[in-house]
Design a binder for this molecule. Structure first.
Ligand code: GMT
Length: 370
């Protein structure tokens, strides 16, 4: 497995998948500059195993060339461990490194899962157009986490190869309602609605919209906002909370590892992103019976069913988002029905038992050269 190791949906998916594949009896090795953040503490004696990419600094080199270092360490792992398949999460840089290692070793086929950012980034910025297209075309098999992303990939790169859509999954045993009132009491008063947002606070997440929506909701009903994660837009969101007079009711928890507990006590999840190929954080909330109010961007409608598991509104329409939030929070029956439908969707359409076998089947076909 090659994936981004910091907090982020693609690293989560790669890690959870690696754990499930190891549980299914396969030998799984992660290769990266650091251990993926959700892998730490979950490895058993049968793996998954982790191999750190060796770094190399030399005065002549103006950069450390991490893709070459990753391809080199991956080559070592393929040869030493007899690896037959590399699963790269993202075309660039991971599939690029995997294809390089395949060329060096003459073995280990490459399956690439597209998560979004490389494709959507290239849609707006051509700097990686050729390398990304090459990685997609030369992978032995390609999957995408949504139909939206598969379509977008074909359009942006003008590729007509098969892209298999395999939605993300959620561990519904871990992401579940927290019923102990003492846990909730640590974050909110019993009469307050608890609203939550989880992201890496990149500009596309529109965290200022979250604060705007919350301020509108909090002017109507008692409410509290939990902001989980960290990133470049956090200072602006903190400042806006001050300007809108909701600082005391808005809590920036930072990169909080126990995200399932925070989701498990929350009443509503906000995801106003301008771009989202799937929206894994929304699915994790749904698994905890939390209705979602989101933008209808990208692949979000494949996860959140408008009017059933939450509401979808146009990107940037904070008034519509606040209205939708208030509609759910003021109507106990609607809130409970949406929470139950959200949990049902997590248990049926996005359960590991539905999704992991599809990856295992794709692995088997790819190794067999089909
Ligand atoms: O959204 C991010 O900034 C993180 C990014 C990542 O690489 O972790 O998330 C992408 O992959 C997730 C897992 O498949 C998806 O749930 C996110 O929607 C996707 N992000 C974007 O498309 C912007």
């Amino acid at each position: 497995m090659l994936c981004h190791v910091g907090a982020g949906g693609s690293g989560v998916v790669a890690t959870e998948l690696g754990l499930k594949v190891a549980q299914a009896g396969h030998e799984v090795h992660f290769v990266g500059p650091a251990m993926p953040f959700r892998l730490s503490g979950h490895q058993g004696v049968r793996g998954p195993f982790y191999h750190q990419v060796s770094g190399f600094a030399y005065a002549l080199f103006d950069q450390p060339y991490p893709e070459l270092a990753a391809a080199n360490t991956l080559t070592e792992v393929i040869l030493e461990q007899g690896v037959s398949l590399t699963h790269a999460h993202y075309a660039i840089p991971h599939a690029t490194a995997a294809i390089h290692a395949r060329a060096i070793t003459g073995r280990s086929r490459v399956i690439t899962t597209l998560h979004g950012t490389d494709v959507t980034l290239v849609g707006a910025e051509p700097a990686f157009r050729h390398t990304t297209r090459h990685a997609i075309e030369r992978s032995d098999h390609v999957t995408a986490v949504s139909h939206f992303l598969a379509r977008q990939t074909r359009e942006v790169f003008d590729v007509d190869r098969e892209i298999e859509v395999i939605h993300n999954f959620v561990d519904s045993g871990r992401f579940t309602r927290v019923t102990d009132p003492a846990v909730r009491a640590r974050f909110a008063h019993p009469d307050e609605a608890l609203i939550v947002h989880v992201s890496n606070f990149r500009p596309i997440k529109r965290v200022e919209d979250v604060v705007q929506v919350f301020a509108r909701v909090a002017s109507e009903i008692p409410a509290r906002l939990l902001m989980v994660g960290d990133g470049p837009e956090r200072p602006r969101a903190v400042e806006l909370a001050g300007q809108l007079g909701v600082t005391g009711r808005t809590h920036f928890l930072g990169s909080f590892p126990d995200v399932q507990t925070v989701l498990g006590i929350s009443d509503l999840f906000l995801l106003p992103s301008s771009q989202e190929s799937f929206g894994l954080a929304a699915l994790e909330a749904m698994s905890c019976e939390v209705p979602v109010v989101a933008s209808g961007a990208g692949g979000i409608p494949e996860v959140v069913e408008d009017g059933v598991t939450g509401f979808l509104v146009p990107v940037g329409d904070v008034d519509a988002m606040a209205d939708a939030a208030l509609r759910i929070l003021r109507d106990r029956d609607l809130y409970l029905a949406m929470g139950a439908a959200a949990r049902r969707a997590a248990l049926t359409r996005f359960h590991p038992d539905q999704i992991v076998p599809r990856y295992l089947a794709a692995y088997a076909r790819t190794v067999a050269g089909q």
